[in-house]
Ligand binder design. Structure first.
Ligand SMILES: Nc1ncnc2c1ncn2[C@@H]1O[C@H](COP(=O)(O)OP(=O)(O)OP(=O)(O)O)[C@@H](O)[C@H]1O
Length: 253
């Protein structure tokens, strides 16, 4: 993205954003609630139109880009409509659609990829359950599995750890570590890095729609660095006005 600007309801939500993600990077996009992180990842992929600047996906404007199977997008939450209930396996299998065609329907490779993805998020035993019967954190893992099943080159994940318990976060960190060793690229939104910290290679801090820091990932310090520290902030609203929980993260130069 170069000079990226997003305007919603006549308000500039992102402004002057320059961000290039290179193959093999694991980029954490961080920042307070409402700073524009989700908007940024969606705009990077062309899911939200820019009102200024440009974004390119593998060198192409999103409207012209055709090879979407190279990108695995994990939204912040599952949009469960009121329609036909889908099982966990069906949702995960939908991650294979971009790899299929009218001529090449579901095959052995597809089934194996879905089973592998379900195992990676530890939901193999829930494959036949309606996705609505799962908890919020489990649904988040279903979305991650859907992206994994598509075997993309780049994962773009909007808060993959939101509402996900510590054990599952460690599982996700292991999974991401494996993807990175395989040469995949990851861009993820995270309020806190937690167990993901060792796999993150770059931290991008968004504040009020602008990139405030882009470089080494921020390191927690003091109380926040202690193992098991729960980031519960009694004055969340005040903090948002002041810049949010990242105010107690030290940014390494
Ligand atoms: N469709 C929309 N119309 C108008 N304003 C919007 C819309 N979507 C988001 N915004 C505003 O844009 C700002 C950035 O929102 P965004 O969801 O990108 O923040 P975020 O950093 O991802 O927050 P969080 O950590 O809470 O997920 C917020 O002030 C939000 O109210």
């Amino acid at each position: 993205m170069t000079g990226g600007r997003v305007t919603l309801d006549r308000r500039a939500i992102l402004d002057g954003v320059d961000l290039t993600v290179c193959p093999g990077e694991v980029v954490a996009i961080m920042g307070a609630n409402g700073s524009g992180k989700s908007t940024l990842v969606r705009a990077l992929l062309g899911l939200i139109p820019l009102s200024g600047g440009q974004t390119l996906v593998y060198g192409e404007p999103p409207a012209k880009f055709r090879d979407w199977r190279r990108i695995g997008y994990v939204p912040q939450r599952l949009a469960v409509g009121g329609g036909v209930p889908a099982t966990v396996r069906e949702i995960v299998a939908s991650g294979r659609i971009a790899r299929q065609s009218r001529l090449r329907r579901t095959g052995k490779d597809d089934r194996a990829a879905v089973t592998h993805a379900l195992a990676a998020v530890d939901l193999g035993d829930r494959a036949g359950d309606p996705v609505q019967s799962l908890s919020g954190g489990q649904q988040q893992r279903v979305l991650i599995a859907r992206a994994l099943a598509g075997e993309p080159d780049v994962f773009v994940m909007d808060e993959p750890t939101a509402g996900v318990d510590a054990e599952s976060q460690h599982l996700l960190a292991d999974t991401l570590g494996g993807l990175v060793r395989d040469g995949r690229t990851v861009v993820l939104v995270a309020h806190e890095l937690g167990p993901l910290e060792p796999v993150i290679t770059r931290g991008v801090l968004v504040r009020a729609g602008r990139i405030e820091h882009d470089g080494r990932p921020p390191q927690p310090e003091g109380e926040c660095a202690r193992p098991g520290h729960q980031h519960v902030h009694p004055h969340a609203e005040e903090e948002d006005a002041a810049g949010g929980p990242l105010t107690d993260l030290r940014v390494n130069p």
